[in-house]
Design a protein around this ligand. Structure first.
Ligand code: SF4
Length: 315
């Protein structure tokens, strides 16, 4: 087997890139959607697609995606019932369409990832959403902790104490959930999970081999890259600081060598709790939320109650 080039994107990082690409908008509206899928398949890039719950999302469309080799379907569910989900989304009927899509995907055997926004409005409903999802054979439930920009500005983010409480609940249900439960833009969940595992008596080596450890070290600009509709190369969708543009720059060069990405690869450069946190290499804070809060992508992620001590090991 050939050796990977130093710094080459891993499979998960490549999938993360494709998911970020899917944030350009509803991919179902692209006339060249199936041509792009075909090219990606020929390049051996796994394709995951996150369509909006519009009338374009039909059983026939899912069948066609499934037959074209799409390996993952992402759906959004922000409430456990039509009133809550449609109220958050602002579009009547999206809860029903999402439930239809879950059923069709189950019938077709398509792996599904469900994305849920975590905010002050949705947090009390998370246990009920979890119960709804347990009725379907989904592969992953991804809980996106709101960053208050753009559309999210009309919703209220959790404060750090409420987020800590929520992360402890997530860790508790993740252990027995029939699907993977993961967080997005909440890397301090890794600290919560590590502390819970330590309390359960797991050793440092056992923690490193745990499912939660798969995402350790991945954060905005490090394992994730976002390319805007106009070609700007940014560290994440919620960190809109261009380090280059795909029309004139090489994506791999920018990712590996630009000053912004280079700094984001190295937690020692962060000002996050003065760069001394013992969890900085596994967590490192949400760079997007740090930027949203202070304008500094290397600054403090405010969604964390932890007061660091100065050692740097997991075990
Ligand atoms: S202080 Fe920063 S690096 Fe440490 S756990 Fe909190 S967010 Fe993560």
């Amino acid at each position: 087997m050939p050796f990977a080039a130093p710094g080459e994107l891993t499979f998960d990082q490549g999938v993360g890139l494709l998911r970020q690409i899917s944030m350009f908008g509803d991919p179902m509206r692209r006339k060249d959607l199936f041509d792009l899928i075909d090219v990606a398949r020929r390049l051996s890039i796994p394709v995951s697609i996150t369509p909006a719950a519009t009338p374009a999302l039909t059983r026939e469309m899912l069948e066609r995606l499934n037959n074209s080799g799409v390996t993952g379907l992402g759906l959004s569910l922000d409430g456990s019932c039509p009133e809550k989900h449609d109220g958050i989304r602002g579009v009547p009927g999206t809860f029903a369409r999402t439930m239809d899509a879950l059923r069709w995907a189950r019938d077709l055997g398509m792996p599904v990832r469900v994305n849920t926004l975590v905010s002050a409005e949705t947090a009390p409903d998370l246990p009920a959403i979890h119960e709804v999802l347990k009725q379907y054979p989904i592969a992953r439930w991804s809980l996106f902790f709101l960053i208050a920009v753009g559309r999210g500005a009309v919703l209220e983010p959790l404060d750090a104490a409420a987020a800590e409480h929520c992360m402890e609940w997530i860790y508790g249900i993740a252990k027995s959930s029939p699907f993977i439960v993961a967080t997005t833009e909440a890397p301090s969940y890794r600290r919560v999970a590590i502390n819970e595992m330590r309390a359960e008596g797991l050793t440092g080596e056992q923690i490193k081999r745990s499912p939660a450890a798969r995402s350790f070290g991945i954060r905005d600009g490090h394992g994730i890259v976002f390319i805007s509709a106009t070609g700007d190369i940014c560290p994440a969708g919620f960190l809109p600081v261009p380090a280059g543009n795909i029309r004139k720059d090489d994506l791999v060069d920018i990712y590996r060598s630009s000053p912004l990405f280079t700094a984001l690869h190295d937690p020692e450069t962060f000002h996050d709790r003065y760069g001394v946190c013992e969890f900085r290499h596994v967590c490192g804070g949400s760079r997007a939320r740090a930027f949203s809060a202070s304008g500094d992508p290397l600054g403090q992620d405010p969604l964390c109650v932890h007061e660091p001590r100065q050692s740097a090991t997991i075990g």
